[in-house]
Design a protein. Sequence first.
Length: 169
Amino acid sequence: MTFRQHARALCAAAALSLALAAAAGAQSKPTPAALQTAKELIELKGATKAFDPLLAGVIEYHKNFFMQNNPNLAKDLNSVAQKLAVDLQPRKAEMRQEIARIYAEHFTEQELKDALAFYKTPLGQKLIVEEPKVLDDSLKAADAWSNKFAEEVVTKFRAEMKARGINLM
């Protein structure tokens, strides 16, 4: 998993967490109808796609861990990793169920229905399509800004240290 994929997943998770934390009208035990509506909503929004790389990432991480200690088993470890990726694919449903439960705990059934109705509108559909692009462009902009800012900080450190008689490399 690349840095950008990690960052995208983390941003999506953070956005989801913020949205859930800010939600009003939360209910403690979701009704079956609220859970079903939440599932429809997250499927329509593609809210679980940000977590899809987790399965492959966990498998890859542990394959690499075992490979560091057993490099002569690379062929077998790669084969097992491929098998696990297929065998464990259905486990993504657990994460989808968990996200649906979280939505249903933070939003009332009516709020979920209203949100679902919104995301079926042209504007809602546009948000679904454009939001990942906006997030990607935002990450690129943040990366560029932070690089420029870092250069400024380094320059200021050097200037301040030089004023104190110390030359930093």
